[in-house]
Design a binder for this molecule. Structure first.
Ligand SMILES: NC(=O)c1ccc[n+]([C@@H]2O[C@H](COP(=O)([O-])OP(=O)(O)OC[C@H]3O[C@@H](n4cnc5c(N)ncnc54)[C@H](O)[C@@H]3O)[C@@H](O)[C@H]2O)c1
Length: 437
């Protein structure tokens, strides 16, 4: 078991730190955000992830998990250094790698013994090579380090589970010693099966982008099939069930919705596209997936405008669900952002409710009303729109809602409300690609 420093304690860094300490390693999670570290040290968890808080407590008590803003000393104390900082989209679409290279500079200043330097952040193919070159250039003599690409595949909302029971762990490295050390830190994973796949650095970097892009492509595909279903009187729900029974297709990621968001798919697709353009390789499928997703987000606003008699102007609309998906408080690139903007631009008013993401959305919109429960949010509204597939929206008290709303329009962008119930209560409703009852 190893001493590990995680640099960047965001969604990925924190879950990785907690997961690796659960595997028996001694982990220091570091961040330049001092208040985040202070909060963690006083027991406040900055993000919502099922099971995370309990596991943090458990591993702090076992003295395997620590939080520190002293990055230099954490680097010196650790044999394995994991870079988990953000790689946001830059203006041109490419990944902005400034945070990664800032960390590489810090590592250089503090190299005091052999280190395994691991990149967990999602970085474009070729980045590992640049990091290695930077590390070697600065020191004329051969410094003692190995480089590893170890991309992360966790999903927000089930991040802890995904980390502890991953489908695969990719270890991209040339160094035999580093491979051994990485297998060591993930040791508990291969008691039953061995999910570890050893590749080159470049292949590992590509696996992450190829996986995310494929999933995004699948979502854009089913969204477009749903849109066509609406005009040819087919039901996308039945279509998706039947498609999913084909083992070559699988039933995962075949749920139509308001377009994908989150901190990964949108920026990762743009980054891969930008990389392909840099290398003069045409990727039509990727371009189409990005365009289809933009169209889908716009389509939701237009659908709502068409649904409400007289359009959105002057109407009060409840948005149920602000997070980009259920079980997370992350609103980055959430489709709700596009819809709220659209409604406000059209001259409508917004009541918003999310079980845990209100606070994050309030950093983006301070000109809408936030509520702590569904029933306050829908009071006297003209329309309600379900944007996130939170479980509590699957069992709404529609009778109560009907009585409280001023008007009776429902747009269910996640296809989770029973259409028979909506019809029985004489709601005027729409969804994505379903045959209306
Ligand atoms: N969020 C996901 O679901 C997910 C899944 C897989 C991969 N990834 C990838 O993992 C990476 C991190 O994503 P995230 O969502 O955790 O980001 P995040 O924005 O939640 O966290 C990044 C953290 O890094 C810190 N940081 C920035 N510069 C630093 C520095 N120089 N030293 C120390 N800390 C620094 C920030 O303060 C922040 O706390 C990205 O490349 C992302 O694409 C994310």
């Amino acid at each position: 078991m190893k001493n590990i420093a995680i640099i960047g304690t965001g969604y990925v860094g924190l879950v990785t730190g907690v997961g690796l300490s659960e595997f028996g390693n001694k982990v220091i999670c570091t961040d330049i955000n001092q208040s985040k570290i202070n909060n963690l040290n006083s027991g406040k968890v900055p993000i919502y992830e099922p099971g995370l808080e309990e596991l943090i407590k458990k591993n702090i008590n076992s003295e395997r998990l620590f939080f520190s803003s002293d990055i230099a000393s954490s680097l010196k104390k650790s044999e394995v250094i994991i870079i988990a900082v953000g790689t946001p989209q830059s203006k041109g679409g490419a990944a902005d790698l400034r945070y990664v290279f800032d960390v590489v500079d810090r590592i250089l200043e503090n190299l005091n013994s052999y280190k395994v330097i691991v990149t967990k952040s999602t970085v474009p193919i070729g980045t590992g090579n640049k990091v290695i070159t930077q590390l070697q250039r600065k020191y004329e003599e051969n410094i003692d380090f190995d480089y590893v690409s170890n991309p992360e595949f966790l999903r927000e909302g089930s991040a802890v589970k995904d980390f502890l029971w991953p489908d695969r762990v990719i270890i991209g490295t040339k160094g035999e010693k580093a491979l051994q050390i990485m297998c060591d830190i993930y040791r508990p994973l291969y008691i039953n099966k061995n999910p570890i796949q050893h590749t080159s650095v470049e292949t590992s970097e590509m696996i992450k982008y190829a996986s995310n892009s494929f999933l995004a492509l699948k979502i854009s595909y089913i969204n477009e099939i749903a849109n066509l279903c609406e005009t040819v009187e087919a039901d996308v729900h039945d279509v998706a069930i039947a498609m999913g029974k084909d083992g070559r297709i699988s039933d995962k990621f075949l749920h139509p919705g308001p377009g994908f968001g989150g901190s990964c798919f949108p920026k990762d697709l743009e980054a891969l596209l930008s990389l392909s353009q840099e290398h003069n390789v045409t990727m039509e499928t990727l371009q189409a997936a990005i365009k289809a997703n933009k169209n889908q987000k716009e389509r939701i606003g237009e659908k709502l405008d068409r649904l409400i008699s007289g359009g959105i102007r002057g109407k009060k609309i409840a948005i149920l669900g602000l997070a980009f998906k259920a079980n997370t408080d992350d609103v980055r690139e959430s489709s709700s952002i596009d819809l709220i903007k659209f409604i406000l631009n059209q001259g409508g008013f917004v009541n918003a409710y999310d079980p845990i993401a209100n606070k994050n959305m309030a950093k983006i919109f301070n000109n809408i009303h936030y509520y702590d429960n569904v029933y306050d949010a829908i009071n006297e509204v003209d329309a309600l729109v379900i944007m996130t597939e939170w479980n509590e929206f699957r069992s709404l008290d529609l009778n109560r809602i009907k009585k409280s709303m001023r008007n009776n329009y429902v747009l269910d962008t996640r296809n989770i409300v029973n259409m028979k119930d909506l019809s029985a209560l004489e709601f005027v409703y729409d969804n994505i690609g379903r045959l209306k009852i």
